[in-house]
Design a protein around this ligand. Structure first.
Ligand code: ATP
Ligand code: MG
Length: 350
């Protein structure tokens, strides 16, 4: 059995630096190692509709934005199959069968879904589709027989739920589905990058993001307005680095070379942190350094995006081709699933 990746993003906005460190950067790296037999990258528009049913235009308009961000980061349609979820009806059919393998109380227990329900103020008005989106995610993963799912930490409960569905299906109907493994970023700062407001997670829906396509002056403004340690009032005060978003971003992005280039009086991040902790280092200096680091990381991405923006019809063509390849793979799995359920009725007439 080969090594297969499936992962993706909801087209609810442009992609941000949280997506980059949580999943995108790793995807591009894995794509270029050549270690995987197949890589499927899904633009999860059907999932995005589960909490945006009143605004399908928002989802539709963001498909191209996400695709442009992918290409800008270095995903290569020659090496990775990029496709649009809702164009593959096989995924919906798989979801429908998997729904029977999950209880309502299990669906309600998913901690990420619970947090998102609170965040979206759904209260008593939770759309059924939203509550069950982890089941549709299990369909997405298993349809491509994915062995590896590179994602951020918020996706852990989804992978757990998916593995439960695989076990239940295989034990009821015989070995059919492949059990996937989650692949989390090794750097703990990247598991769940906080927002610039210091909130737990940078998220398109919370509007606390630095977008990959933000212009340099916008990035700088956002960094200079970032939350830091609220008790670090004067330069000479000792400061905290652990729960300080500016230092978490440095953990996620900076390398020793950045010190050589932008802040040669320190060798590495440990030295900078030690100075901040003992006092005598101002927030502005740290933020200016973070700005230099981020600008150098984002500039090539922004430039590649601008080139692709001039060729959107080529981008749609890639999406169309990717979708057609993905549809064939999903159709084969659906056939196997129906076979395991023995509901390929007309085959038995042969
Ligand atoms: P939405 O608010 O619409 O849910 P989102 O910003 O959470 O959007 P998703 O499309 O749900 O983005 O997530 C896509 C991928 O990016 C997932 O693998 C998720 O784990 C990862 N991810 C999202 N936000 C972060 C973050 N702040 N830090 C690390 N990884 C993240
Ligand atoms: Mg999300």
């Amino acid at each position: 059995m080969g090594k297969i990746i499936l992962t993706g993003d909801r087209p609810t906005g442009k992609l941000h630096v949280g997506h980059y460190v949580g999943s995108l950067r790793e995807r591009v790296r894995l794509q270029n190692t050549g270690d995987f037999d197949k890589i499927f990258i899904m633009i999860a528009d059907a999932q995005a509709l589960t909490d945006n049913a009143e605004h399908p235009e928002k989802v539709r308009e963001n498909i191209i934005e996400v695709a442009l961000d992918y290409l800008a980061c270095g995903l290569d349609p020659e090496k990775s199959t990029i496709f649009i979820q809702s164009m593959i009806s096989e995924l919906t059919e798989l979801t429908f069968y998997y729904m029977n393998l999950v209880t309502v109380s299990r669906a309600q227990r998913n901690p990420t879904v619970k947090t998102e329900i609170k965040m979206r103020n759904f209260e008593a008005n939770i759309p059924v589709g939203f509550l069950t989106y982890p089941i549709s995610q299990a369909a997405d993963i298993t349809a491509f027989k994915a062995t590896t799912v590179p994602v951020g930490e918020d996706q852990k409960p989804m992978l757990e739920q998916c593995r439960e569905i695989v076990h239940k299906f295989n034990s009821l109907y015989g070995e059919t589905l492949v059990e996937p493994e989650i692949l989390l970023p090794k750097n703990s700062a990247c598991l769940r990058l906080p927002g610039i407001d210091g909130k737990a997670k940078m998220s398109k829906s919370l509007g606390n993001c630095i977008y990959l396509s933000d212009e340099p002056d916008v990035v700088k403004k956002k960094i200079m307005s970032m939350f830091t340690d609220p008790n670090h009032l004067r330069v000479e005060d000792p400061g905290e680095t652990d729960n300080n978003p500016v230092f978490i971003y440095l953990d996620a992005f900076c390398r020793d070379e950045h010190f050589e280039e932008f802040l040669p009086e320190y060798k590495n991040l440990d030295e900078l942190k030690a100075h901040y902790q003992r006092g005598g280092l101002g927030d502005v200096k740290v933020k200016k350094f973070l700005n230099n680091v981020l600008q150098s990381e984002l500039e090539p991405i922004r430039n590649r995006r601008k080139d692709w923006e001039k060729r959107t019809s080529d981008v749609y063509e890639f999406l169309k081709q990717g979708t057609s390849v993905a549809k064939e793979v999903a159709a084969q799995t659906l056939y196997e699933v129906r076979d395991a359920l023995k509901i390929n009725y007309f085959d038995y007439l042969k």
